[in-house]
Design a binder for this molecule. Structure first.
Ligand SMILES: Nc1nc2c(ncn2[C@@H]2O[C@H](COP(=O)(O)OP(=O)(O)O)[C@@H](O)[C@H]2O)c(=O)[nH]1
Ligand SMILES: [Mg+2]
Length: 373
């Protein structure tokens, strides 16, 4: 397995040589039995001559690569270019994101790789799980800010399993990068928002994420490039993306409500006017609701993924029906069980319970299979 440690640099002349030598002499010898380790430094033509130090190192170590950007393109821009190069040219299987300034302890690299081998697509170096930490010397405000920031992100995105959303120490499978590459080219990810955007997309697409604890330490040499615009950009990103996601759920709910009304009306009409038994009337109503739901979801809820080709519509409608058949069976069985246990008179209640179970399952199937991004 080829492993490429991607290190973006901007004015890191006092760090990059030390870090690369440490990786080559202390870490790589331990990995070489199982892995083929490389370093890729993505430098934005740092005025302090970082690239010259890398060129000197390249004479000694053949597995050090330099990607030189003519102008400064931000942290995200550097990762996009670096990872593209590592994927296309170096044929990496696994890539690391790592700072040049020793804030990220290189000795943890084997633990990341262990998690990758266990089948994870992305491994985060986490400061907020057991065994991890932020610097003791940080002032109260900085600590509070960092901790609170991560809590806000978890609440807004309603995802609590991941504790460190903003960490810049990560390992990932190349397949994951390839799945996200096109979307990560957006300008909004060219700075530090790269990190949260990448992780959010990873989670939403269902890739596997794990965390390993890290002790984050402050840099000794050089200056941090993290600016205050980072906070603004991050908040903007998480709120806008969440509103977009919720909009879809609200639309799905409205479409479902229309379907529910059709379903319920049909149940009443078929039962009261035509004398069909409640379980069969509910199932018939469900099929009418399916037709309405498919149409409205396609042109409204999931219009970004709208199916337009007649052939595809036919195929997806069949899929939609198969998926919804589950809901019909759930309705039939739930109403039937209710009738057996408590008699026919409460049939509306059994129907409501059945609809709740079916709706949750359906949303999952639609977003994962039918209108997949
Ligand atoms: N190529 C490149 N690297 C950058 C840029 N901004 C930051 N970096 C690098 O990204 C890493 C993290 O930046 P740093 O300033 O330490 O951020 P902090 O750890 O959050 O304070 C360091 O290795 C920086 O040299 C950039 O615009 N271009
Ligand atoms: Mg740093």
């Amino acid at each position: 397995m080829k492993v490429v440690i991607v290190i973006p640099t901007y004015n890191e002349k006092d760090n990059i040589g030390k870090l690369a030598s440490y990786l080559e002499t202390k870490i790589f010898p331990k990995l070489k039995k199982e892995f083929d380790p490389h370093i890729l430094i993505v430098d934005d033509s740092s005025p302090d001559g970082t690239a010259d130090i890398v060129r000197t190192l390249q004479k000694k170590y053949k597995n050090i690569h330099l990607f030189l950007n003519k102008k400064k393109s931000g942290l995200g821009g550097a990762y996009l270019k670096g990872m593209s190069y590592a994927t296309d040219k170096l044929k990496a299987d696994v890539m690391f994101e790592m700072d040049a300034d020793f804030s990220h302890d290189p000795d943890v690299i084997p633990q990341f790789l262990q998690k990758i081998k266990e089948g994870n697509d992305l491994v985060l170096g986490s400061r907020y799980i057991k065994g991890g930490s932020i610097p003791k010397n940080w002032g109260f405000h900085r600590k509070l800010f960092s901790i609170l920031g991560n809590i806000i992100i978890q609440v807004v995105l309603t995802h609590f399993a991941i504790r460190d959303w903003t960490t810049g120490y990560r390992a990932l499978r190349t397949e994951l990068f390839e799945a996200l590459r096109a979307e990560m080219k957006k300008r909004e990810f060219s700075g530090y928002t790269w990190q949260i955007g990448f992780l959010h997309k990873t989670v939403r697409k269902g890739f596997k994420v794990a965390e390993v604890p890290i002790h984050f330490v402050d840099r000794e040499y050089g200056k941090s490039k993290l600016g205050t615009e980072y906070i603004k950009n991050t908040l903007f990103y998480i709120f806008t993306i969440r509103i977009q996601e919720l909009k879809q759920i609200i639309k799905f709910g409205i479409v479902g409500l229309v379907g529910f009304i059709i379903n319920f009306t049909a149940l009443e009409v078929f039962h009261q006017a035509f004398g069909i038994s409640p379980d069969n009337a509910a199932a018939l109503g469900a099929e009418l609701a399916i037709i309405s739901n498919f149409t409205l979801n396609n042109i409204w809820t999931f219009k970004a993924q709208k199916i337009t080709k007649p052939k595809q519509i036919a195929a997806k409608f069949v899929q939609f029906n198969v998926a919804s058949l589950g809901a019909i069976i759930i309705q039939k069985v739930t109403v039937w069980i209710g009738m057996q246990l408590f008699g026919d008179s409460l049939y509306r209640l059994y129907f409501l319970i059945a609809v709740a179970i079916g709706t949750g399952l359906n949303y999952m199937i639609y977003t994962k299979f039918i209108w997949k991004k």
